[in-house]
Write a protein that binds this ligand. Structure first.
Ligand code: GAL
Ligand code: MG
Length: 972
């Protein structure tokens, strides 16, 4: 039996113990003097917390997860289910426990000072020892724990600090978020010193009229608060008024002997520049604690934004304006380091989001790294800050379990105490997917009392009734609600709260269908204000293929453009040998694990466009869709794309428009008589350098059609097209003649939504063509084929005629009634090798699908075939382009083929057959075919979001019955 009380008390199975010896959380910014303890620590991994450390040490990097540093305890992915069977508050006996140890040389100059150890984050129970003595315990894996070590550290001496991290605990049951399980110390560790009399907390409150109020708390570590000390504040160069003297609560007054003092400072800033996500205006506030002789004993720096959040009626207002929340859910994630993320990485996340039109982040599902909020203040994002509480698997038991009551209040209050001064935080969240119980109401009660300046939300409460004011949610914040339900609620007359979905448009694989439909509804329905896409990251961990190990920091540079280098792959659930896991459900972000944007990001950018362009009688109308800014930060250029005449550009002058205003402008070009279909684009870029992108960064490309196409039938010429006895087209550039295709490699949505299984039951994935008739008459070859399916035969007719320069193919497919939801109806063909560049006139350049194509501009686009393919982690339907009118596929010597489509079609050109994609589990398993696989789809099913949430809407499904399409194939 161990004599160590920290171990003997088994805090890892005691939910009542949230901490011991830990200092209260606060918002004071501790920069100096500080000693970073990051770097190599002695390390050993024990099989459980009761095991005794041995003499053998290896080493581990702090901060960092040991699961990514060569131990045998590897990352483990589960979504809702716990990875083990113990019921709360128990944890399994096999419980990886990391012991980190190092010597710390305490600066001699810190004599007489108060010395504090800060551990940025540890998963999930932290036990602290100094020179073998127990000094503290902490839980709450995503917030810092501070311990006052003044009594055990001697300045000028060397001490041994041991941090023991127990991976599984009672706390794991409330940290059951949908993400990888790791173990380790994942944020920085440092030692800092303060005067014994120090600033214990600073609370900043602002008003839009420029009023600033700063409440300061002062503590004395070793006695009553002496007289003569004072607190001052400075906002940029502006001195704050001391409203109250440092009010001392000392023994003499008969009040608590808690050596506490409080002071309030204030000022009013004239002509204050308000903070919004569009205009992130910040002021620098320095608060100083002075000794009686005026010297500074302690100080804290804060960046202050003047803004007010309010719910009026059913509207969420920022500075009095009803704003749209164009949000995304963000986890702390890195493919090499897991939940350890650098400031530079977080800046890159936010800059990218800014470039793609996002203005809000939900810190899913725990307080993100503190840098995130600094960056959100600076770059301009609205943040829903969420407490680290997700009891998903055992939600119902835990929400009302009094043993967890303290943990709920602890986690919510510590988040608020840390983050309350950030202007970016506009809403607090009580956590995620934890049912709804008294523990939530307790936390909500603390929160409302402590911070009446912001609303709070909790999906678990809101889902019981979107409108009930008694529930612990000021926002109706459902997840994955069908857009029709949101609209119906807003129109019902019963709405009492702003409706902002905390999660919607699940980005797993090739997904996010109907995003534009959501936004069309949001922008046209008062009461709807937006939502947060699930989610930012595909959490693929870079893994070495040969030994299945995480690459860790050694993997730097081993990926590019969303793809892992040869010898590596993006691992998902099960790839580390987990027995219980949830597979590829971990890869559901709008960016790849290396932050390469997926195509949906571009559609989002257009949906969020600050500048809109519409037709206005003979001319055009430009409007400013921002809430707070004019258009002066933007520059623009016109470009006119003619189907038969290339592209021309002209400089554009953006009108002087305030938020919400619009103006008519004349057409910038006289439309040439010839040239066919014509599209006018306003390419909008940043006029100056922005904090998130240099001058010239593309912001949006709104577009209008100026002229519809004038369909011309190709001119028939004498002669007969070569078609073999089986009815297959013979062509020198085709290795496989066009045949019917009704199937696509199932997307994650198709798999999880049940469509893939239905298609399989129908046999669409293994269609066999049976030629029924080949008729040759009048220079026309008519081929009739039949394809048997589980829902009856599909008849497919192709009529081949010789036309100027090539072959015209007219196709008809008749789907029996039972075949009422297929993946596609179209032709598939394969080309000879060497045709590696696609040029097309149609929507692009980004990948697009019928329900993910809004705002994807029509124009002339060119891309290498390899770049058309989007490398979704689990291979699936990929690379499609919507609204393609014609294309050429060519070799470097300009030989190749062209296809003209009578009607715009969904086209894909890849090096993979659908069955190649469907057979592979990871992108690196794909072997490109020598030639191209070309799909010309008269109809292609929408993508929807059925992996979690609604399927696509009925208008994007493919009806049974007759489908026609025709096209002309030519040799270049
Ligand atoms: C939600 C949950 C998220 C994630 C998502 C599916 O229900 O809050 O954490 O699991 O579904 O990817
Ligand atoms: Mg969950």
């Amino acid at each position: 039996m161990t004599s160590d009380p920290l171990i003997a008390l088994r805090p890892w199975e005691a939910p009542e113990v949230t901490s011991w010896g830990r200092l209260p959380m606060n918002a004071v910014d501790r920069r100096s003097p500080a000693l970073s303890l990051d770097g190599e620590w002695r390390f050993q991994l024990l099989p459980g917390p009761l095991a005794e450390p041995g003499p053998q040490w290896s080493s581990a990097q702090v901060p960092g997860a040991w699961t990514l540093q060569g131990t045998d305890d590897l990352p483990w992915y589960t979504n809702a289910q716990m990875p083990w069977g113990e019921f709360p508050p128990a944890s399994p006996e096999a419980n990886p426990t990391g012991v980190y140890e190092r010597e710390v040389d305490v600066p001699a100059g810190w004599a007489g000072r108060r010395i504090v150890l800060q551990v940025g984050a540890a998963e999930s129970v932290l036990l602290v020892h100094v020179d073998g003595q127990p000094v503290g315990v902490s839980k709450d894996s995503h917030l810092a724990a501070d311990f006052d070590l003044s009594a055990v550290l001697r300045p000028g001496a060397v001490h041994t600090v041991r941090l023991t991290v127990v991976k599984w605990s009672d706390a794991s049951h409330i940290e059951d978020q949908d993400q990888w399980w790791h173990g380790g110390i994942t944020r920085p560790v440092l030692l800092y010193a303060t005067d014994p009399l120090y600033l214990a907390d600073v609370t900043v409150r602002t008003r839009l009229d420029g009023e600033l109020r700063v409440d300061c708390k002062v503590r004395h570590a070793s006695g009553p608060l002496p007289e003569g000390w004072c607190v001052t504040g400075e906002l940029d160069t502006h001195l704050l008024v001391q409203d109250t003297e440092l009010d001392r609560f000392n023994e003499e007054d008969g009040r608590v002997s808690d050596f506490l003092g409080e002071a309030r400072l204030s000022t009013v800033v004239d002509d204050v520049r308000a903070w919004t996500a569009e205009t992130p205006e910040l002021y620098g506030l320095t608060v100083r604690l002075h000794r009686p002789d005026g010297t500074v004993a302690d100080s804290s720096f804060h960046r202050v934004g003047f803004r007010e959040v309010e719910i009026r009626g059913r509207d969420l207002l920022l500075n009095g304006e009803r704003i749209y929340i164009r949000g995304v859910n963000r986890h702390d994630f890195h493919p090499l380091t897991g939940r350890t993320v650098s400031h530079a990485d977080m800046r890159a996340d936010l800059e990218l989001l800014k470039r793609f039109g996002f203005n809000a982040i939900r810190a899913a599902h725990y307080p993100n790294d503190p840098s995130l909020l600094d960056l959100a203040d600076e770059l301009g994002f609205y943040v829903v800050d969420e407490a680290d509480i997700e009891a998903h698997d055992h939600a119902h038991e835990i929400a009302d379990d009094p043993r967890y009551l303290g943990a709920f209040v602890d986690r919510v209050s510590r988040m608020v105490l840390r983050d309350k001064n950030h202007p970016c935080v506009i809403i607090w969240s009580l956590g995620n997917e934890s049912d709804y119980g008294a523990n939530h109401d307790a936390a909500a009660g603390w929160l409302r009392r402590h911070d009446p300046t912001r609303p709070l939300q909790y999906e678990g409460a809101a889902k019981l009734d979107w409108a009930d004011p008694a529930l612990a949610s000021d926002i109706a914040c459902p997840m994955y609600a069908p857009v029709e339900d949101c609209v119906a609620h807003a129109l019902s007359g019963d709405q009492t709260k702003p409706l902002i979905q905390c999660e919607y448009s699940h980005a797993m694989g090739n997904s996010n269908g109907t995003l534009a439909d959501h936004w069309a509804a949001i922008e046209s329905t008062p009461g709807l204000q937006g939502g947060f896409i699930w989610e930012f990251w595909d959490h693929g961990i870079l893994q070495r293929v040969n030994d299945g190990r995480p690459a860790g920091r050694a993997g730097t540079g081993q990926y590019e453009n969303g793809v892992a280098a040869p010898g590596y792959r993006w691992a998902y659930g099960g790839d580390f040998g987990e027995v219980i896991h949830d597979g590829v459900f971990i890869a559901d972000g709008v960016v790849f694990p290396d932050r390469t944007p997926k195509p949906v990001m571009y559609e989002h950018r257009e949906i969020a466009a600050p500048v809109r362009l519409t037709r206005d009688r003979g001319g055009l109308r430009i409007s400013n869709h921002q809430h707070f800014q004019d258009l002066r930060w933007l520059a623009a250029e016109w470009s006119l794309a003619l189907a038969d005449g290339g592209t021309r550009t002209a400089p554009a002058e953006l009108p002087d428009l305030g938020p919400g205003e619009s103006a008519s402008v004349p057409l910038p070009f006289a439309l040439p008589e010839n040239g066919g279909e014509a599209w006018l684009t306003l390419r909008v870029t940043t006029a100056e350098d922005q904090s998130w992108g240099p001058r010239g960064t593309e912001v949006c490309v709104p577009q209008v059609r100026l002229r519809a196409p004038d369909p011309v039938d190709p001119v028939r010429v004498p002669g007969e097209v070569e078609v073999d006895d089986d009815g297959l087209l013979v062509h020198p550039l085709l290795t496989s003649a066009p045949v019917l295709s009704l199937w696509r490699a199932p997307t994650d949505n198709d798999e999880l939504g049940g469509m893939a299984a239905r298609w399989h039951d129908w046999g669409l994935d293994t269609l066999v063509r049976k030629a029924v008739a080949v008729r040759r008459e009048d220079g026309r070859v008519t081929v009739l084929a039949e394809y048997a399916t589980g829902a009856g035969p599909v008849r497919h007719e192709q009529v081949f005629t010789r036309v100027e320069g090539g072959v015209r193919v007219e196709e008809t497919a008749v789907l029996p009634d039972g075949l009422d939801d297929v993946a596609r109806v179209g032709s598939v063909l394969e080309t000879v090798a060497g045709l590696d560049v696609l040029e097309w006139f149609g929507q692009g350049p980004w990948e697009s699908y019928p329900d993910r194509s809004s705002g994807v501009p029509v124009g002339h686009h060119t891309l290498p075939v390899a770049e058309l393919f989007t490398p979704y982690l689990r291979p699936q339907e990929s690379g499609g382009r919507h609204g393609v009118r014609r294309f050429t596929l060519s070799a470097p010597d300009a030989t190749g083929l062209s296809v003209d489509l009578a009607e715009p079609c969904q086209v894909s050109v890849t090096r993979y057959r659908a069955e190649d994609l469907a057979a592979a589990a990871h992108h690196d398993e794909l072997v490109p075919r020598p030639g191209c696989v070309v799909h010309l789809d008269a109809a292609h099913r929408g993508l929807g979001t059925a992996s979690c949430g609604p399927d696509t809407s009925p208008s994007y499904l493919i009806a049974a019955g007759t489908h026609h399409w025709s096209w002309t194939l030519r040799v270049l």
